[in-house]
Design a protein around this ligand. Structure first.
Ligand code: PLP
Length: 367
């Protein structure tokens, strides 16, 4: 029997429709999208269709740049801070993914003043702390839409209004929200990833509001509007485009399905405490803890369920989760937290089976 897959924040399975959309570009239609002959032009047209499909989910008045991952898109976006004369302030939420947090901290070693903005015990940004950090020196504010570890939704509209008042740019890491919930219209830079929306790994994109200058990170042939050199993969672009289109068509149905799975899970894990805000959250992420539990042991006892302790990255590194720590949780509470992630291809039997196995192993450990 296959394990029950409840780790949809780490990555999602490829949608069958996406696989079909990618296949021709991996087989006979192998032209280089930057070649001027017919095969090249056909591949280039497929890339542009995909760009339009992605743009359909993003605000008007900007352009989409393909990248190799959301991490690359975020690194590219943060370069915009360098184009703000006389400004060297970068402020990001303390609970950002490492792609934003560690990049901001790196800028702190390069002559920028980086501030990590604290959250309340629910995981929501303390807006007064943002206000206090802003000034004429502010170049860029980074705020994620949906937190990858705890699912909390940040108030991007209010954050953007405050940042714009002092002339700072706003980067929104929308990786866990793109295609799932409504996107903020006010951000200046939006990063997204293929493999979180039932698309392929190895591709992401950055949306850039018109008029914003992005210095290239990768130099070479000048592909992707001179900003991101390197031959594009039409298969990956077509896959990301098809995945975005499918999310747009299914957004309401996906969310209703995932909410019903989350409600079921909440009832089956009634003895557990939810980490993070109960109402400002994306339903597909349930981060819960049970006092006294050793999650490393739990995970080795429950091999038939693919789930996560903290974030996939933090658990891999053995570091305690910086997100749960920012909520004020003690190390023992962090060690007793698990993340369950529900997706489009899960069903209620998955949730029941996973809850049965996890609760049984937890009871055994605690008894
Ligand atoms: N931002 C968030 C919120 C994420 O969850 C992830 C992946 O886990 C990333 C950024 C990085 O995405 P990618 O794997 O495409 O680099």
């Amino acid at each position: 029997m296959n394990p029950v897959y409840l780790d949809n924040q780490a990555t999602t399975p490829l949608a069958p429709e996406v696989f079909d959309a990618m296949l021709p570009w991996l087989k006979d239609s192998f032209g280089n999208p930057h070649s001027p002959h017919m095969m090249g032009r056909k591949a280039a047209a497929a890339v542009e269709v995909a760009r339009e499909q992605i743009a359909g989910l993003l605000p008007r008045g900007g352009r989409v740049i393909f990248t190799g991952s959301a991490t690359e898109a975020i690194n590219l976006a943060m370069g915009a801070a360098r184009t703000q004369p006389g400004r060297n302030g970068i402020a990001v939420i303390d609970t950002e993914h490492a792609a934003v947090r560690d990049t901001a901290l790196w800028y702190g070693t390069q002559g920028f003043e980086t501030r990590l903005l604290p959250v309340d015990p629910q995981g929501l940004l303390l807006l007064e702390e943002l206000e206090a950090s802003l000034g004429p020196q502010s170049a860029l504010v980074g705020a994620m839409l949906v937190n990858n570890e705890i699912g909390v939704i940040q108030p991007i509209e209010r954050i953007a209004a405050m940042a714009h008042r002092v002339g700072a740019l706003v980067l929104c890491d929308a990786v866990q929200g793109f295609g799932r919930i409504a996107l903020p219209q006010q951000a200046d830079l939006i990063a997204l990833s293929g493999h979180k929306i039932y698309g392929p790994k190895g591709i992401g994109a950055l949306w850039v509001r018109d008029g914003i200058d992005i210095p290239p990170l990768i130099h070479g042939g000048g592909q992707e509007q001179g900003i991101r050199s390197g031959t594009l993969s039409p298969a990956l672009c077509a896959g990301l485009g098809a995945a975005a289109q499918l999310c747009a068509e299914r957004q309401d149905a996906d969310l209703a399905h995932i909410t019903s799975l989350a409600d079921k899970a909440r009832s089956l894990f009634a003895d557990w405490t939810v980490n993070g805000s109960l109402d400002q959250r994306y339903a597909g992420n349930l981060n819960i803890r049970r006092e006294g539990l050793d999650v490393a042991r739990l995970m080795s006892d429950v091999r038939a369920v693919a789930f996560s302790a903290g974030s996939a990255c933090a658990s891999g590194s053995g570091r305690p989760s910086h997100v749960l720590a920012a909520l004020g949780l003690e190390p023992a509470a962090i060690k007793s937290s698990i993340r369950l992630g529900f997706g489009r291809y899960n069903n209620v039997e998955d949730v029941e089976r996973a809850a049965g196995l996890i609760n049984q192993a937890a009871e055994k450990q605690l008894s």
